[in-house]
Design a protein around this ligand. Sequence first.
Ligand SMILES: Cc1ncc(COP(=O)(O)O)c(C=O)c1O
Length: 374
Amino acid sequence: MTPFKEPVFITRPILPDLEELHVKFKGIWESKWLTNNGEQHKLLEKKLQIFLKVPYLSLFNNGTIALIVACRFLKISGEVITTPFTFPATTHVLTWNNIKPVFCDIDPVTMNLDADKIESLITRETNAILGVHIFGTPCDVFKIQEIAYKHSLKVIYDAAHAFGVEINGQGIGTFGDISMFSFHATKLFHSIEGGALTFNDMDFKYHIDMLKNFGIKNEEEVLGAGINGKMTEIHSAIGLLVLNYVEEEKRKRECILKCYRTYLRDIEGISFLSDISGTTNSYQYFVIRIDEKKFGLSRDEVYDKFKVYNIFTRKYFYPLCSNFDCYKYLPSSDPKKLPVARKVASEVLCLPFYGELSLEDVARICDILKSFKR
Ligand SMILES: Cc1ncc(COP(=O)(O)O)c(C=O)c1O
């Protein structure tokens, strides 16, 4: 098996045509309106609201600031129950709001917050549940809502991986009190950097828009300690162009996904997520899990071996947030309390997954993986 000549990365962004960019930028240059809710910004908000099937949406300069603002707006304090199996930003957002993260173990199949384990972690200090639709798989949104109602908790979702996901035709961004989407360059839909909050309440829009603009109400009034979370006209314009390519990219990724599943179907020790009835796929990542005993090699060994073939996979999400120096002192970070999360974090590997990846290359990546098996 020969290595790839050029490095194969986990993802490649959608890049709009440079000519199209030029036309868009020319319009922005002529308007001389570069940020602060300009025409491109307004248009992108409208288009994303329709695409994501959400009643209200507010754009941000990135998903992390958006999530910080969501917690701030909902006045969340005390403790928040969340998952340790996520990107660092999810947990850091709580810390930036002086909130104590309480890690809950995850479901062995969906790899999301295990809803059955949430209630035992609720204390008098608990204010909210922060779930992450990891790899685009929805959390158990119905059970989580039930728990939230019962205990008067807020629900926030980190939907960074779940762009365009629907449950029985309902946009994923309509569940919970507020959802956050990330439009970072690694995401299926992106604006290079960017993000959004979505919600069902009209009042939220006014206040959240104000909070992301320093809390400024008008030229003479500042209503709260806001932040600069605004998306520029340039980023909005890129988002508008990228959005035109999303459906085509999804179709290509769907073929790649099918191809991976076919090639990897019968390899002992390799498993992957299946489709969930009534739920659409985010086509954000292709994730495998490696059972060391059955495959003969650990996930870390597979990751290292792939590199020799010029294939750069990612150990998403390892280490667990509960293992970071800044969180490992927390009582809920005790590894004994997070057995499933620890196992999942040691098994998961994201393989190259993007529309430009040829089916021949997918076959070759799978053949290389098969050649590792002992
Ligand atoms: C699950 C998750 N949450 C939050 C973020 C942060 O989003 P952003 O990079 O837009 O700040 C990311 C990745 O970028 C993510 O994967």
